[in-house]
Write a protein that binds this ligand. Structure first.
Ligand code: LLP
Length: 477
């Protein structure tokens, strides 16, 4: 982020481009990438994108750690974008193995004693879950489907945490069969979990904290559908012990895409006070505490988010202090990161199709995917940025709204500056590794894209592309 009113080229920041959010930044002025002059946006070129005459390629720090611009082209894991698109088609979600491993290691280094379980929902994929298991992770699953996926990836039961606000008896039985830790989320789960043969449980409690994030991903407030209000949680702990369950501890998860530690610190302090209350009322203290996930990632240049290291070290310190403050025995710690593991690791590559002027103010650049592979802009107003992957060193002087191919006024990116785009160009959207494909749909009978994992110049398919025939096969003729 720009901290002085001048960019490194000496221009005033406010002479540079305005970002999507309307704030003024000069990201590209710091880009080390050399640029050629654009041949686009000339009068009479036929494409009336607004000519802005500025340099605004998004900084590579939104992209995976292995991303580079080489000979004018984006490469990830040593594989050029044109090669990825040529071999695997578009849209394509490209995951950088190095980034995923580094994010995982950052958690393990910052909290070496903790059990870290991957929030599988962020991108449920057998190979990613297996890779993370190699890095010492378990898995947090919230449905039978995610449980089966984690088991198929080889995660043992003692590294599985099973969630869900409405678990079926089948799901409880599957969790019991796997020997997983189950997070109780409702009073009626006590008897049903015991009957299903579940042993170890945590009790999820709502801390009454409103995290500063989108309301759809805020889960720690009183009234959330997740977890139990404190008094009910106390009753469930007591009932669980009576029913013969091994009530090991407490769980709290206050929300997702958190971009500072304030709410998490409050939750930790609240939880310690709640644990002390449990000791007083039940003569029971938690031997395990699961603090959930939640750390956010940057999607656009103007975003800020703490590093994994800063976030976890701060949380852990508060946790230890708060527990000691109530003279509680230190419990084992579980963390459940999802987005911060795979978010930055993923880049979606689309092929540019129609480029069309819609008004004086707006020129649409249409891509071959959109809402069906990334519904987050529509659901949460999420912002993204992009670069032209095959012309990444050219001057970015034209403003576009990026739209998809669905029957919907969908806007993936409200405003991005690019070189004058042509049919066939490749648009790369960074920070699309979490909750994108995972939340994809087949709206308009559009097949879901493939995903590849890249490392050391090699891309391997970790999720096959759907075909129209796959989708038609569901209809009974
Ligand atoms: N643990 C629990 C109990 C959760 O509910 C979640 C996410 C996580 C861990 C992982 O949280 P993360 O580290 O990824 O923030 N679809 C939304 C996000 C929903 C998050 C659901 N729960 C989005 O696209 O932003």
């Amino acid at each position: 982020m720009a901290t002085s009113p001048f960019c490194t080229l000496g221009r005033r920041v406010d002479e540079c481009a305005r970002s999507d959010s309307g704030s003024t930044r000069a990201p590209s002025c710091r880009s080390p990438v050399p640029r050629r002059r654009s041949q686009c946006c000339r009068p009479g070129s036929g494409i009336a994108a607004t000519r802005l005459g500025t340099l605004t390629t998004p900084p590579l720090d939104l992209f995976p750690l292995s991303a580079r611009i080489e000979q004018g082209e984006l490469t990830i894991g040593g594989v050029p974008a044109t090669e990825l698109a040529g071999e695997h088609g578009t849209p394509l979600v490209v995951y950088c193995e190095h980034t995923i491993r580094e994010q995982a290691r950052a958690y393990r280094t910052a909290a070496p004693e903790a059990l870290v379980v991957y929030g599988t929902k962020a991108f449920p994929n057998v190979q990613i879950v297996r890779l993370l298991h190699e890095e010492g992770f378990g898995a947090d699953v919230s449905t039978q489907g995610e449980l089966e996926l984690a088991l198929r990836a080889g995660v043992p039961g003692d590294r599985l945490v099973v969630h869900g606000n409405n678990k079926s008896d089948n799901e409880l039985q599957a969790a019991a069969g796997a020997g997983a830790l189950v997070v109780l989320d409702a009073p009626d789960e006590v008897e049903r979990a015991a009957a299903a043969g579940v042993r170890g449980v945590l009790v999820r409690v709502t801390a009454g904290i409103e995290a500063d994030t989108h309301e759809a991903v805020r889960t720690g407030y009183h009234g959330s559908k997740f977890g139990l209000p404190p008094d009910d949680a106390v009753e469930v702990i007591a009932a669980g012990r009576e029913a013969g369950l091994d009530v090991l501890g407490l769980h709290v998860h206050i929300g997702s895409q958190l971009v500072d530690t304030t709410a998490s610190r409050m939750a930790v302090e609240w939880l310690a006070a709640f644990a002390a209350d449990c000791r007083r009322r039940l003569d029971w203290t938690p031997s395990v505490v699961d603090l959930g996930g939640g750390l956010g990632v940057r999607h656009v240049d103007t975003d800020a988010a703490p590093t994994i290291e800063d976030f976890v070290i701060e949380l852990r310190r508060r946790f230890q202090e708060a527990w000691a403050g109530h003279e509680l025995p230190p419990p084992a710690l579980i963390l459940e990161p999802g987005r911060s593991i795979v978010g930055r690791a993923g880049v979606t590559i689309y092929r540019v199709g129609v480029v069309k002027r819609a008004s004086e103010a707006v020129t649409y650049l249409s891509i071959d995917g959109g809402a069906s592979d990334n519904p987050r802009p529509q659901l949460y107003g999420a912002q993204y940025t992009a670069l032209l992957a095959n012309r990444a060193s050219e001057e970015a002087g034209c403003a576009y709204a990026v739209t998809g191919k669905h029957c919907e006024e969908e806007v993936l990116i409200r405003r991005v500056l690019l070189p004058s785009a042509r049919r066939g160009d490749l648009l790369a959207v960074p920070a699309t590794g979490a909750y994108t494909l995972a939340m994809g749909s087949n709206y308009n009978v559009v097949p879901l894209p493939a995903a590849v994992l890249v490392a050391a110049g090699v891309a391997r398919v970790i999720r096959r592309r759907q075909a129209v025939e796959d989708l038609l096969a569901w209809d009974v003729e």
